[in-house]
Design a protein around this ligand. Structure first.
Ligand SMILES: Nc1ncnc2c1ncn2[C@@H]1O[C@H](COP(=O)(O)OP(=O)(O)OP(=O)(O)O)[C@@H](O)[C@H]1O
Ligand SMILES: [Mg+2]
Length: 331
């Protein structure tokens, strides 16, 4: 029998494309080529193309997402999604793949679109009883004066672009006078913002995935930041530390794992996702910050580290995700 034909999509249209290409190195080095024929496809603002072994680029036929390889038409059995940001993490490609009847490794179009918006994420989670911070959602087209925000929420606040990542455009606001500048900074990144009360506590990030209909968690990571919060400098310029698995008692660990599993089910997730939590000691409960439905896969990223901490190799892990997608194939 011939091997399943897998399209691995990378790139993307946003500034996160650079991160997608870092993830692509790990994915390409670890995906099982004995089991699958894997074709890398770049989805870029300049076009969707496959680069053959001879370096020649051929355009993808968008009618059915097929390519021509060595003079032969290749129709795929499933798509491995490796694009961070739009259009691979926000539901747009997922909607397209649904239309051309191709299964993929990530959450479906609706779950991807909701979780890409930080405010809709916490709203849906709260509705199902998950702890989240008190927050406001504001839009550029309807300006709100800082005094009105402070009437509804208690300082300190986190001001974040609703659709974003890597802490870009985010600020922690400790005093009233700093709020206007924080709003201005965040509006440079997005037309809508999430303003949240700051939650104190330990920060955990956890990978969650599904295999054969069972939701499983990876050993989770504690994040230590040397700055006021886990900002861009802390994330990418060494001002932070991480510990996988996190050192905490079993009661706390169980609450994090159980909450993460519930969140995965509430959002009807698929594939591997990564969730960020702050564990508030006073309430003795984890608070959900956000869900990343296409988490980073570079060698230094959290998910590959957690997979290894679990004692698995990445090859088997990626095969499991591909098998799950192949199992979704209709008709
Ligand atoms: N309500 C909050 N209370 C306390 N800390 C917060 C809060 N919201 C965000 N943070 C801090 O800011 C960081 C970034 O926030 P968040 O995870 O929501 O955004 P992000 O930029 O999308 O992150 P990623 O790079 O993981 O996609 C968190 O890791 C945490 O340190
Ligand atoms: Mg985050």
């Amino acid at each position: 029998m011939s091997k399943p034909q897998i399209a691995f999509v990378t790139g993307g249209y946003s500034s996160e494309a650079v991160i997608s290409y870092k993830s692509a190195i790990t994915i390409q080095n670890n995906v099982d080529k004995e089991k699958y024929d894997v074709y890398r496809i770049d989805i870029t603002p300049q076009g969707w193309f496959y680069s053959g072994p001879d370096g020649v680029k051929t355009d993808v036929d968008k009618n059915d997402f097929s390519i021509i390889h060595e003079g032969r038409k290749v129709n795929f059995d499933a798509v491995l999604i490796g694009i961070h940001g739009t259009p691979g993490e926000d539901g747009k490609l997922q909607g397209y793949f649904d239309l051309v009847n191709l299964p993929y490794t990530s959450c479906d179009a609706t779950s991807s679109a909701i979780t890409f918006n930080k405010r809709y994420t916490v709203a849906v989670a709260a509705f199902a009883g998950i702890n989240v911070s008190r927050s406001l959602h504001i839009f550029k087209h309807t300006p709100v004066v800082p005094e009105d925000i402070l009437k509804q929420l208690k300082l300190p606040l986190m001001v974040k672009p609703s659709n974003g990542g890597s802490s870009i455009g985010m600020s922690k606001v400790n005093k009233e006078d700093d709020l206007p500048a924080a709003l201005e900074k965040a509006f440079k990144e997005d037309d809508q913002l999430l303003i949240e009360e700051f939650i104190t506590g330990r920060e955990f990030t956890i990978g969650v995935f599904k295999s054969k209909d069972e939701v499983l968690t990876l050993p989770f990571t504690e994040v230590f930041t040397f700055n006021d919060f886990f900002d861009f400098e802390a994330k990418y310029q060494g001002k932070s530390d991480e510990k996988t698995p996190a050192e905490c008692d079993e009661g706390m660990a169980k609450k994090v794992r159980d909450t993460a599993t519930r969140v995965y089910k509430i959002f009807n997730c698929r594939g591997v996702v990564r969730m960020d939590f702050i564990y508030n000691a006073e309430r003795d409960e984890p608070f959900l910050l956000e869900i990343n439905t296409v988490p980073g896969q570079s060698e230094m990223s959290v998910v590959p580290m957690q997979v290894r901490a679990r004692g698995w190799d990445l090859k088997d892990f990626y095969s499991m995700l591909i098998e799950d997608a192949l199992g979704q194939k209709k008709g």
